[in-house]
Structures are given as C-alpha cells and as structure tokens.
Write a protein that binds this ligand. Structure first.
Ligand SMILES: NC(=[NH2+])NCCC[C@H](N)C(=O)O
Ligand SMILES: [Mn+2]
Ligand SMILES: [Mn+2]
Length: 317
C-alpha cells in the first residue's frame, strides 16, 4: 500500500523495527498488592531477549521511581480512590507513550493495573488521532466517578478518555480523545449494571464471551475490525487485560472471572491484529505475581510473554 511509505516489515505505521518497552510498577488503581510486579516479571522471564531474538530492537524503561509520584495525602474524589496518584502516574505514561509512538516505535506497555490505560490511550491517540482501540477484558472498565461501586480506578479508565467522567480538576490534563465508534471490546463477561447503560447510551460495540461462543473468535475479530476499522487503514491500539483469559489460562490476576478466552482465542486476537500490519501499540495488563502458587504465576507470566510476541509477529508465516 503506497500510503505507508515507512512500512517496516509489515508494520505499516512504524519507522523502524524497534519497540519501546515501558514497564510501570503501579498498583494504585486497585486494592491488591503485587500487580506492580507484573511488568518486571515479564522482563525477568526474558521478554526483551525474546523480542531481540525476533529481530526487534528494544528500548526499555523500568520507571522504578513511580513511587515518588505518590502524594503524601490522597483523599477520595467523588468516591475515586488514590485519584492524585493515578493522575500523576498516568500523565507520565501518556507523555512517554506519545513520545515513543511519535518516534515511530511500536509501544509495548507492561502493567501494572489497567488504570494505566488512561495514559496509554491518551498517548497513542495524541500520536495517532485516527487510531482505534481494541479492548480485551472480562470487564468494561468504563465506570464513571459517579457509577463506580468499588472506587478502583482500574475500572474507570475508558470513561476518562471518552469525556464521560465529568470535570475533575485533578484530571484536567486528559483529553476526550476516544470517540465511541473507535472502541470495541472482546471477552466481556462481568459488566456492572451502570456500565451496561453507558455502553448502550453511547452505542459502544462489545463482543462478550457469548458472542465468542456463538460466532467463533475468527468471526468476532473480523466483526470487531469491521466496526472500528472498516477500511483497514487506521492504526490499532490493543489493550489486553489478562483477566480476559480464562482463569485456568491466566490465574494470577486480581479480578479473575470464570468462563474466559482460551489460550488460543487470546493468542488468535494478537495474531490477527499483527496480521493487519496496523498495530502500533499493545498493553499487557493486570498480571499479579503475588496471587496463586508458583506454577500459576509462571503460567500467567509465560502467557503474557507469548501474547506480546504474537503482537510483534512471532507466529505469522
Ligand atoms: N481492570 C480491571 N480488572 N477492572 C475490574 C473492574 C471491576 C469493576 N467493574 C469495578 O469497576 O471495580
Ligand atoms: Mn479486567
Ligand atoms: Mn481491565
């Protein structure tokens, strides 16, 4: 395709075969300790070497100093927990993601909890305003400050980037960058009543596990792309919460829900998106190595690494 003058090995929007790997040791968007260790576990499991082996140059940021962004006091705002900490961290995420995307790198974000996506989505859409977002999750993560029952901001990131969260001065840096027809979900099975109303009112396309069973994952990914990317020309941001996978596949995560994607369905999604040549960024979120036994942690970290490699083309022939 001639419009993609910088096409790099099938990745049409990248300027070189380089991945910016951004790890964020952050757990402030939810209540369970350990999720801050997820990204480094993927690194210790060898994700950087694996990508090098696949001929990707990697540029790694560990963001070990995130704690310094935590304010001394952080009172709830409209029921949101740790709002200032989440805002400060995700603001940094947005800047780093935007810089890397503008440099033409593939942006790989390793969480940490899913509130980090306030930053990744802000950053990707700053660099690529025409992008679309594919959100793989058991949950919709679109609660507003008013609708959230838990107050955990990992259940809210999408309402902030879609302009549904209302005016909160602490989050005034976040732009309404994501239109409702540029978002599609796959894997949903635990959606709050208030979130169902938000999805309906805003006409947001969602493929639940029911649809995966009904149509099969191949057809679901095709329908998802038809919705957000009908001409197959927009950059794609994939945000993958490992709790989309069945707990038998990815047990070490903070909010597991039974009846999830199989190992192959999860990998198929990553492969099919890599195959479009339009993928510019991927988030691998909510791996919590403090949960379940050693074997479960190994399995979850391993699956996080293999999903990542599929996004970067490992299994394409
Ligand atoms: N990223 C996640 N695992 N989110 C879980 C969110 C659960 C629930 N809907 C909430 O808002 O608290
Ligand atoms: Mn989830
Ligand atoms: Mn999530």
């Amino acid at each position: 395709m001639s419009q993609f003058i910088n096409a790099v090995d099938g990745y049409k929007y990248l300027k070189s075969r380089r991945t910016a790997v951004l790890a964020y040791p952050f757990n402030g968007g939810q209540g369970r300790a350990g999720v801050e260790l997820g990204g480094m576990h993927l690194v210790e499991h060898g994700i950087l070497e694996q990508l090098k082996e696949m001929n990707w140059e990697t540029k790694f940021s560990a963001n070990e100093d995130l704690q310094t962004l935590q304010p001394a006091s952080d009172e709830d705002i409209v029921g949101l927990k740790k709002p200032r900490y989440v805002s400060a961290v995700t603001k940094r995420v947005a800047q780093q993601v935007s810089d890397a995307a503008k440099a033409g790198d593939f942006v790989l974000t390793l969480g940490g909890d899913h509130s980090l996506a306030m930053g990744t989505v802000s950053g990707v859409f700053d660099a690529y305003p025409d992008a679309c977002l594919i959100w793989i999750d058991a949950h919709a993560d679109i609660n507003t400050p008013e609708s959230t029952e838990s107050g955990n901001m990992h259940g809210c990131p999408l309402s902030f980037v879609m302009g549904l969260a209302g005016e909160i001065s602490e989050f005034s840096w976040i732009k309404n960058c994501l239109a409702s027809d540029r978002l599609v979900y796959i894997g949903l099975r635990d959606v709050d009543d208030a979130e169902k109303k938000i999805l309906k009112d805003n006409n947001i396309k969602a493929f639940s596990m029911h649809h995966v069973d009904k149509y099969g994952i191949g057809k679901v990914v095709e329908m998802a792309l038809d919705h957000v990317n009908p001409n197959r020309d927009r950059p794609i941001h994939l945000s993958f919460d490992v709790d989309a996978l069945d707990p038998s596949v990815a047990p070490s995560t903070g909010t597991p829900v039974r009846g999830g994607l199989t190992f192959r369905e999860g990998h198929y999604i990553c492969e099919a998106l890599a195959e479009t040549g339009l993928l510019v960024a991927a988030d691998i979120m909510e791996v919590n190595p403090a949960l379940e036994d050693e074997q479960a942690v190994f399995q979850t970290v391993q699956v996080g690494c293999s999903l990542t490699r599929c996004c970067l083309g490992e299994t394409l022939l």
